[in-house]
Design a protein around this ligand. Structure first.
Ligand SMILES: Cc1ncc(COP(=O)(O)O)c(C=O)c1O
Length: 398
């Protein structure tokens, strides 16, 4: 089938109208910053002018601000297969990683095993936690082999590799970690909203994730922490801010953690970002994530077929069960090639030194988008235009 036929048969095609995408832009970077859902602007306007402007400090009660981290956490919980009361929204992924990994390592003696090629913050945080708790940090590409050491306290792993788009088997690796006596902490950044997750069913211990990628929560939107209910009672989180206290408004001298997932709260939440995320999540209310996943896989296949035909080296695994929702190509001039693509209206990104990344969000990307992106990519390369001086740019932070 060609792109037009695939788009005509796409049950998710109408969902694109829920997003305010600019004209003449093909957006293939929703795996970095998700596109703006239409209703967010009006909701934020109300939050600012009515809730903040009129209700003032009463907003913490009257507008439900205080309860928002747990309420929105539960909304995310629906998308990650978590029953209510196990997910809380707030802070950044890096902060959540530090909090969760420290708490996880305190649950067991032994080393911390983490992914050698993962997103930098995960490795930096693991090293810091290792120093603080005097634990060895083992970085590996083969978690199953590392678990066979027999002295692993925590396996901290990313569901989808940020560079290659490789998808790991959450259920299988969690079970292997448990068999080895370890607890598991998943980083769901590149998976949440892109594919169905089943944290409760898979007996995951802890997880964190961001909401600004496939959930379209907005730039710097709050991250989230999942703690399986069975671990909540004894969980010793290191960041003991007053929001996570059992009785925050008693203003007691000593820290007493809240009984449930509320102990995962730290300080005053960034309410504007939090409520923008809340509005963005409305997009997912009636969505079937199995459908989203099926389309995302087909988008990936379509793009890989085009990249193969153009002679690219595709570094993303081809097997559907090993592929997330972005496809990465290797090219020695990745940076200028992407700069030229962006100028031509096709927005993807680059991961150094030589990876072109194209993210597919099944909610707003069409097969037509991908066909056009491949066409522009072919044109940029064939013309040699990317070698022009103005494309010799520094990478942006995305
Ligand atoms: C796997 C992974 N973890 C963490 C982060 C970012 O952490 P933070 O939200 O603290 O910037 C990213 C960002 O792309 C990521 O891909």
């Amino acid at each position: 089938m060609d792109a037009a036929e695939l788009d005509a048969a796409d049950p998710l095609a109408p969902v694109r109208a829920r997003f305010a995408l600019p004209d003449r832009v093909i957006y293939l970077d929703g795996n970095s910053l998700g596109a703006l859902p239409g209703p967010v602007a009006a909701r934020l306007q109300d939050v600012v002018t009515r809730q903040w402007g009129q209700d003032l400090v009463r907003g913490w009660n009257d507008d439900g601000w205080w309860a928002a981290p747990e309420r929105i956490g539960d909304r995310i919980g629906v998308l990650i297969g978590a029953a209510p009361g196990q997910t809380v929204a707030g802070d950044s992924t890096s902060v959540q990683l530090f909090n969760a990994l420290t708490a996880a390592a305190r649950m067991r003696d032994g080393v911390i095993v983490t992914d050698a090629g993962q997103f930098p913050t995960d490795g930096y945080v693991a090293d810091s936690v290792g120093r603080l708790l005097a634990r060895e940090v083992v970085r590996t590409a083969d978690p199953y082999a590392a678990l066979r050491r027999g002295d692993v306290a925590v396996l901290a792993w990313s569901t989808v590799d940020f560079r290659t788009g490789q998808l790991w088997d959450t259920a299988g690796l969690t079970a292997a970690a448990h068999d080895a006596g370890a607890v598991v902490l998943w980083d769901l950044c590149h998976a949440v909203g892109a594919l169905p997750l089943h944290l409760d069913r898979d007996q995951v211990d802890l997880a964190v994730g961001c909401t600004y990628k496939f959930l379209s929560g907005g730039p710097g939107s709050p991250a989230f922490l999942y703690v399986a209910r069975r671990h909540q009672g004894g969980l010793e989180l290191p960041l003991t801010g007053w929001n996570g206290h059992a009785q925050p408004f008693a203003m007691e001298t000593g820290y007493q953690p809240a009984a449930g997932i509320g102990r995962g709260r730290i300080g005053t939440p960034p309410m504007l970002s939090m409520l923008a995320l809340d509005a963005a999540l409305d997009v997912f209310d009636d969505l079937d994530l199995d459908l989203v996943r099926a389309k995302s896989l087909r988008l990936g296949e379509f793009f890989i077929a085009g990249a193969d035909a153009a002679g690219f080296e595709v570094i993303t695994p081809r097997a559907p069960e090993q592929r997330g929702s972005h496809v990465s190509l290797r090219h020695p001039d990745a940076l200028p090639v992407m700069a030229a693509l962006i100028e031509a209206g096709v927005i993807g990104d680059v991961r150094p030194p030589d990876v072109l990344r194209f993210g597919f969000n099944a909610l707003y990307n069409s097969f037509g988008d991908l066909a056009r992106a491949l066409e522009v990519l072919g044109e940029v390369l064939a013309s040699g235009r990317y070698a022009e001086a103005r494309f010799q740019v520094r990478p942006t932070v995305t």
